[in-house]
Design a protein around this ligand. Structure first.
Ligand code: GLA
Length: 668
C-alpha cells in the first residue's frame, strides 16, 4: 500500500510539473534577439513604452515591436499551441500604419493576419505548433514603408508539451563583431584628403593626418605665403590672399622613417572639395548635449587616433540655443541680445572658448540652426536674423552650419521650388558676407529633389532623406535608395544620406550599441564611402570600442570617400537581392562594393529568418561591367590585402546584409 501511494505521488508530481511548466509568455523571453525596425522591443509595453492597447483593448502581457520585426524561437518539436492577439498599437496616428503578422513554423506559414491598420480590432491567433522545431514570429511593413508601423503581440503565449529552459528558446542570430582591418604600422604614413579648398583671405586650418609611432615631426615644402606649420603637431594655419592652386609636399618623420605626400591647396570660391568628415552630437546625445560632452568628443577625436585618419569636424546639433517657454532653467533666457545676436543656453556658457579649444587641437567646429523661428526641437532659430547669426558664427569661429528646415514649414507659402529654395539662399547670402569658410549643410529631408538644386543655392551638402536610425530597415532603406543621385555630387557639393549610426547611439542621454549587426555596419560605412557622403560619426566618442574604431580608421576605405575626383558611386547591378556599386577613382582604379542586402519587396515570409544558418550569396563581378576587359587585379579593401589577378570576372561569397569592398585595377 505504501509503495502504491509513493507511485501515485510521483505520477502526480510529474503531472503537476507538466501542466504548470508548459506555458511561456513571449514577454518572458530575451527580447534582445528580436529584430525591430525602429526603437527597441519592449516587454509588456508598446515600442514607445506605453501600455499595450489595440483599438481600445488594453493588455497586461505582450511585446511591443516595430515592423520589420523577426523573432526566431527554438522549440525543438516540443510546441503545442501559440496564441496571441495582434494589431497596430493605439499610440500611432490613425491610417498611417500598415502591418502584417505571420507565424512561421519551419519555413512554412502557419498563420497570417492580412494587412492590419489602426483602428482595426486585435486579431486572435491560435495556431497548432506541434512538431515545429523553429518558430518564427514576423511583422512586415505590408509592402509599404515602415513609418508608424508599431506592432503588438499581446497575451502571446507558447504552450509546450515538455519543459524547455527559457534561455535555450531564443535563437541568437546576432554575429559577434569581427575586425577586418589591420592596425596601422609604426612607419609614418600621411592619410586623409590630399586636396583642400579655401577662400582667399579667410582663416586657414588644415591638420596633417598621419599614422605612425609618436613622436613625429612634420614639415612642408612650397607652403604658400601666409601659412605656417607647427612642426610638432602638423597643424597648418594662416591666410592665403592670392587665388590659385598650390602644390605643397608634406612630410611626416619618426624614428622609423619619413613619409611624403602632395597636398593640393586650391584657393578660390570652393570649399569642401572632399566630403566633410567628423562627428555630430545628434545620434548620440540629441538634446542632452552640452559643452562638456562636446569637449570630450574633441578630446576623443585626438586620443582615439581618429584625427590621424582625417576626421576633422566636431559638430553641435540642435539644443544649444535658448528655448522659448522652456521649463528647464538652464534653457531659459533672452533669445538674443539687444543687437539681435543669438544667445546660447546655460549648457554652453562660452561658445567662443569652446571653438578655440577645438581649433587648438587641429579640429574644426560646427553648429546647427534653421530658417524658421524655431529649430526642430523648439529652440531659437535664424528666421529674420540670418545676417546676425552668420556674423555670430564667424565671431565664434564656427566652421560648419547645418541648417534645418523644420518650423519654416509655417513660413513657406507652399512647397513650390522657389519657396523651398528661398530660405537657403537667404542664409547662403549671409554666410557669404562673413570672412570665414563655413561648410553649408542643407537639411530639409530631400524635399523638392534638393539634390537637383542644392548646389545652385550654395549648399556644400544636402540631406537627401529623413532621419536615420540604427536599424537595418532605416540604414539600408536610405543607403540603397541613393541610386540616381550620383550626377548631382562633386567637389564642394555632396549628397548627404544622413549621419553614421555606429558605436554607442541613442538620441541621449541613455545610449545603446548600434542595432546594426557587424555586417550591416560594414555595409553602412562601405556604402557611405562609395556615395561620397559626408561622414559624421553619430556615436559617443569617449567610448569607442575596437570594432567601431576598426570601421572608422581604415585608410583605404576613407580614401574611397575622399577621392579628389569626387565621383559618387553608381549602382551597376541589382538582381536576386544582390547589388554592385562602382566608383571611379582618380588613380584610374575602380572602387567596387558587392552587397547582399536582400531587399526585394515580394519576399517569402520564411526568407526574413536565418533559420540558424549563416547566409551568404555567390556574387560575380564582370570586368566589362566596370569597363575593364581582360585581366584585372583585385584588392580586398577592408582587409587591406591583394586577392589576386583575375580574367573577365571575379567571384566571391558576400555575407547576408554584408559587403565585400574591392579596389579593382586593370592589369597591363
Ligand atoms: C531633424 C534633423 C536631425 C536633427 C534634428 C534636431 O530631425 O533631420 O538630423 O538635426 O532635427 O532637432
Amino acid at each position: 500500500m505504501k509503495y502504491f501511494s509513493f507511485i501515485i505521488l510521483i505520477v502526480a508530481v510529474i503531472f503537476v510539473q507538466q501542466s504548470v511548466a508548459q506555458s511561456i509568455y513571449l514577454d518572458e523571453l530575451d527580447l534582445s534577439a528580436m529584430e525591430c525596425g525602429w526603437g527597441t522591443p519592449e516587454a509588456n509595453k508598446s515600442v514607445e513604452g506605453n501600455p499595450l492597447i489595440i483599438a481600445g483593448q488594453k493588455f497586461e502581457h505582450g511585446v511591443g515591436t516595430h515592423a520589420v520585426s523577426t523573432f526566431l524561437l527554438n522549440l525543438d518539436g516540443k510546441g503545442k499551441r501559440f496564441t496571441a492577439f495582434v494589431g497596430v498599437d493605439d499610440e500611432v496616428v490613425p491610417e498611417k500604419a500598415s502591418i502584417q503578422f505571420y507565424v512561421v513554423g519551419d519555413k512554412k506559414v502557419l498563420w497570417e493576419s492580412g494587412v492590419m491598420k489602426k483602428p482595426d480590432a486585435a486579431k486572435k491567433v491560435d495556431v497548432d505548433i506541434s512538431g515545429v522545431k523553429l518558430l518564427g514570429l514576423l511583422v512586415t511593413d505590408a509592402g509599404d514603408w515602415i513609418d508608424y508601423d508599431h506592432a503588438d503581440w499581446c497575451d502571446a503565449k507558447i504552450e509546450l508539451t515538455e519543459n524547455i529552459p527559457l534561455a535555450d528558446i531564443v535563437v541568437k542570430t546576432k554575429v559577434e563583431p569581427y575586425i577586418l582591418t589591420p592596425k596601422p604600422s609604426d612607419l609614418p604614413k600621411i592619410n586623409g584628403a590630399n586636396v583642400f579648398g579655401v577662400r582667399p583671405g579667410n582663416p586657414f586650418l588644415y591638420t596633417i593626418a598621419a599614422t605612425g609611432k609618436r613622436p613625429m615631426t612634420f614639415s612642408a615644402e612650397n607652403l604658400p605665403d601666409g601659412l605656417s606649420l607647427d612642426g610638432a603637431t602638423g597643424i597648418i594655419t594662416g591666410k592665403i590672399i592670392k587665388e590659385g592652386e598650390y602644390k605643397v609636399t608634406l612630410s611626416a618623420k619618426n624614428v622609423f622613417g619619413n613619409a611624403r605626400r602632395e597636398l593640393r591647396i586650391k584657393v578660390g570660391s570652393q570649399i569642401s572639395l572632399t566630403p566633410p568628415m567628423g562627428w555630430n552630437s545628434w545620434n548620440c546625445w540629441a538634446c542632452s548635449v552640452d559643452d562638456a560632452k562636446v569637449r570630450a568628443s574633441a578630446d576623443a577625436m585626438v586620443s582615439s587616433g581618429l584625427i590621424n585618419h582625417g576626421w576633422t569636424y566636431i559638430n553641435i546639433d540642435d539644443c544649444w540655443e535658448i528655448k522659448p517657454d522652456a521649463k528647464e532653467p538652464e534653457l531659459q533666457g533672452e533669445l538674443r541680445d539687444k543687437n539681435g545676436m543669438i544667445n546660447t543656453n546655460k549648457k554652453f556658457p562660452d561658445m567662443k572658448a569652446l571653438a578655440d579649444i577645438v581649433h587648438s587641437k587641429g579640429l574644426k567646429i560646427g553648429i546647427y540652426s534653421g530658417p524658421g523661428p524655431l529649430t526642430c526641437a523648439g529652440f531659437t532659430a535664424s528666421y529674420q536674423y540670418e545676417l546676425q547669426d552668420a556674423q555670430r558664427y564667424a565671431d565664434w569661429g564656427i566652421d560648419y552650419l547645418k541648417y534645418d528646415w523644420c518650423s519654416y514649414s509655417k513660413i513657406a507659402k507652399d512647397r513650390s521650388l522657389p519657396e523651398l529654395k528661398k530660405p537657403y539662399q537667404v542664409m547662403r547670402d549671409a554666410l557669404s558676407k562673413v570672412p570665414r569658410d563655413i561648410v553649408y549643410s542643407l537639411c530639409q529631408y530631400g524635399m523638392g529633389n534638393v539634390w537637383e538644386w542644392g548646389e545652385e543655392v550654395g549648399g556644400n551638402c544636402w540631406r537627401t532623406t529623413g532621419d536615420i536610425t540604427d536599424t537595418w530597415s532605416s540604414m539600408s532603406g536610405i543607403g540603397f535608395n541613393q541610386s540616381g543621385h550620383e550626377k548631382f555630387a562633386g567637389p564642394g557639393h555632396w549628397n548627404d544620406p544622413d549621419m553614421l549610426v555606429v558605436g554607442l547611439v541613442g538620441w541621449g542621454p541613455q545610449l545603446h550599441p548600434s542595432n546594426l549587426t557587424p555586417d550591416e555596419q560594414y555595409t553602412h560605412i562601405s556604402l557611405w564611402s562609395l556615395l561620397c557622403s559626408p561622414l559624421l560619426i553619430g556615436a559617443d566618442m569617449s567610448r569607442l570600442d575596437d570594432f567601431t574604431l576598426n570601421l572608422l580608421t581604415n585608410d583605404e576605405v576613407i580614401e574611397i570617400n575622399q577621392d579628389p575626383l569626387g565621383i559618387q558611386a553608381r549602382r551597376i547591378f541589382n538582381e536576386d537581392g544582390k547589388q554592385i556599386w562602382m566608383k571611379e577613382m582618380e588613380d584610374g582604379s575602380k572602387a567596387v562594393g558587392l552587397f547582399y542586402p536582400d531587399l526585394s519587396d515580394k519576399k517569402e515570409p520564411a526568407s526574413y529568418f536565418s533559420w540558424g544558418e549563416k547566409k551568404s550569396a555567390k556574387t560575380i563581378l564582370k570586368g566589362t561591367d566596370i569597363g575593364i576587359s581582360g585581366k584585372f587585379k583585385v584588392r580586398d579593401v577592408w582587409r587591406q590585402k591583394d586577392i589576386g589577378v583575375f580574367e573577365n570576372q571575379f567571384e566571391t561569397e558576400v555575407p547576408y546584409h554584408g559587403v565585400v569592398l574591392l579596389k579593382v585595377v586593370k592589369k597591363h
